[in-house]
Ligand binder design. Structure first.
Ligand SMILES: [Fe+2]
Length: 343
């Protein structure tokens, strides 16, 4: 990436911010007639913050190396996009009031393509009217996903009886528990009575974590599993842990040493741009929220006790024979796209 391209990108963003600021002077008065003052002010504050960041970048650009500058620029650009989307929402609310004067949409979305990242820096692409995601799960509407194979498919590593109980009873109870908690909280929002909110938030965390982790767990196993990961995932594992065997040892020990019920989890950290291994006691404790689980191993007793009794270690050792590395790699490929500004 050339210095020149970076400066051009900076110039473009600055131009965008200046033009939005100019239009805002008129827009603000119109908006204030119909929309809550704090919403309007919050938007203006965000615009001011972007302006400050752009000024800082402009003043310090010669001191920064190009790579840092690009990261910072992309971040500012993301913030501009969010602001633009928020503006679309404000103006949509406004247009519902019947007034149609408010239109700096076309102007504000003008933006040139340039070298940093055409996708991210193309404001035209970000121009849209917000609509809710078509496939979002409404409160209380979570469903038990079907097992991706038959109950006996993972034998002899995991018995049919365990899979039936684990999936049909345990996972189902997390789905039911999460749905119940969400409906209770929806009701609290309707009635304004939040007396039991702590309880239902806990229930939602416990059952929600259980539901989401089990949903991944079924897919990270396969009757054709085992072996070693391949491709980029293997390279990343080697880079972060030294070798596949070191990684496997670390993950195995983490699983065997979870205190009480819980999980061992391989995660991609969008913040540190690397893989890490975590333990989750129960489902929701000791976890990190800014991460994406890739490979998860259930070490609750219900996952192995019928078959392995107290020999959790044997269950963990055998479990590697059913790991579905292709699925883990698929999750990794999507997850690695998430890269926040590192701290
Ligand atoms: Fe489980």
């Amino acid at each position: 990436m050339e210095q020149e391209g970076v400066h051009q990108a900076l110039y473009d963003i600055e131009e965008w911010v200046t033009s939005v600021k100019d239009k805002w002077i008129n827009a603000k008065d119109l908006l204030l007639k119909h929309i809550r003052e704090d919403e309007v002010n919050e938007w203006e504050r965000d615009l001011g913050e972007i302006q400050t960041r752009v000024d800082l970048l402009k003043n310090n650009r010669s001191d920064q190396d190009t790579e840092n500058l690009i990261v910072e620029l992309k971040d500012v650009h993301e913030q501009c996009k969010i602001l633009h989307d928020e503006y679309s929402q404000l103006s949509e609310k406004f247009s519902r009031t019947g007034d149609s004067e408010l239109d700096f949409e076309t102007e504000t979305t003008k933006h040139k393509n340039h070298e940093i990242d055409d996708e991210r820096l193309d404001f035209k692409k970000s121009k849209h009217t917000w609509s809710p995601p078509k496939d979002s799960v409404k409160p209380g509407k979570h469903k038990l996903p079907p097992l991706p194979y038959s109950y006996d498919a993972l034998e002899p590593t995991i018995s049919e009886e365990i899979m039936k109980l684990h999936h049909d009873i345990h996972h189902k109870s997390y789905v039911d528990g999460l749905n119940k908690a969400e409906l209770k909280m929806e009701n609290a929002r309707k009635t304004g009575n939040f007396d039991l909110i702590r309880h239902w938030e806990r229930e939602a965390a416990f059952n929600g974590a259980g539901h989401y982790l089990h949903t991944i767990f079924w897919d990270v196993m396969s009757p054709n599993g085992g072996g070693k990961p391949k491709g980029d995932l293997l390279n990343q594992i080697k880079y972060d842990f030294g070798s596949y065997n070191t990684f496997k040892k670390h993950f195995t020990e983490a699983a065997k040493n979870v205190e009480g019920p819980g999980w061992a989890i391989l995660v991609w950290s969008p913040r540190s741009h690397r893989l890490a291994i975590l333990q989750a006691e129960k489902h929701q404790n000791l976890s990190q929220w800014d991460v994406v689980p890739l490979l998860v191993l259930d070490v609750w007793e219900h996952a192995y006790y019928l078959q392995y009794k107290t020999d959790k270690d044997k269950y963990v050792d055998n479990w590697w024979d059913v790991v579905n590395w292709d699925y883990v790699a698929k999750r990794f490929k999507e997850a690695e796209k998430l890269q926040w500004k590192p701290y």
